[in-house]
Design a protein around this ligand. Structure first.
Ligand code: BTN
Length: 248
């Protein structure tokens, strides 16, 4: 069922009360040629996270997957993912949540000022196409919106926990509008990401080629890779994976 949203951004929204995974449905639509369609659900029964993890997605969340067909090379696809993190963190901040971004694209809320945090939202991008040109992209955005602490995984928080329940329709509208602004102006994505980043300057633990490295996150490159200054003084570039903020 397509629902009417008062969007400035050019997305058609397909809404489901309950679905396995909005990313799976969006992939189906993408394979059928869809463009600028967003699949939205109140609940997912088989939500998927990054790195093959399961993603808990009870009723009350914002589970959203956007289908796009940009004519960009694969190397620029990460900018779409970062744009989604910027859009989600921006909408959360507008709702009054003290949200920021943990590299590469987790939206988190700091707890105190010792580097600890709780996760508010995550992004899972999937794509098909060739190295020189993408065919389609599905950007999956999962936000713990109106969810009680009892229904959240450990180490997570929700908008309801931080500032009380929000109007999810308005929130989705803002996410899609801000996402649309940045995908049309990819040059602005990394600067916007840096402004919202909580990882830069933090002591972090990252994995590279199965090796665990500890250092201080210094910058992100123009393709979104993390530059980490290791304890020995060497600086390395981490292009994919996860990072953990450590106590100073
Ligand atoms: C992560 O941080 O691991 C990414 C989580 C992404 C979850 C969202 S919810 C909407 C979309 N559908 C899915 O099955 N996953 C993404």
């Amino acid at each position: 069922p397509t629902v009417e949203y008062d969007l400035e951004a050019p997305f058609e929204i397909e809404y489901h009360d309950s679905i396995g995974s909005t990313n799976d449905r969006a992939r189906e639509l993408a394979a059928g040629g869809a463009n600028d369609v967003a699949v939205l659900a109140d609940e997912q029964t088989g939500g998927r996270g990054r790195l093959e993890r399961a993603w808990r997605a009870p009723s009350g969340g914002v589970w959203l997957s956007v289908v796009c067909r940009p004519t960009i090379p694969l190397a620029r696809a990460s900018q779409y993912t970062l744009a989604a993190a910027v859009a989600t963190a921006t909408a959360a901040r507008e709702a009054g949540v003290n949200a920021g971004i943990k590299w590469p694209n987790d939206v988190i809320v700091p707890v105190g000022d010792d580097g600890s945090y709780r996760k508010l939202a995550g992004i899972l991008t999937e794509m098909e196409g060739e190295t020189d040109r993408i065919e389609w992209l599905v950007v999956g955005i999962g936000v713990n919106a109106n969810i009680d602490a009892a229904d959240l995984p450990d180490e997570a928080t929700s908008i309801a926990e931080e500032v009380g329940e929000i109007d999810r329709r308005r929130f989705v509208q803002r996410v899609l509008e801000v996402f649309d602004t940045y995908r049309n102006d990819l040059e602005r994505v990394i600067p916007a990401w840096r402004d919202l980043a909580l990882t830069l300057g933090q002591r972090v633990r990252v994995e590279r080629d199965g090796e665990t490295l500890v250092g201080v996150a210094r910058n992100v490159t123009d393709t979104g890779a993390l530059r980490v200054e290791l304890e020995g003084g060497e600086t390395v570039t981490i292009t994919a994976g996860d990072c953990e903020h450590l106590r100073p």
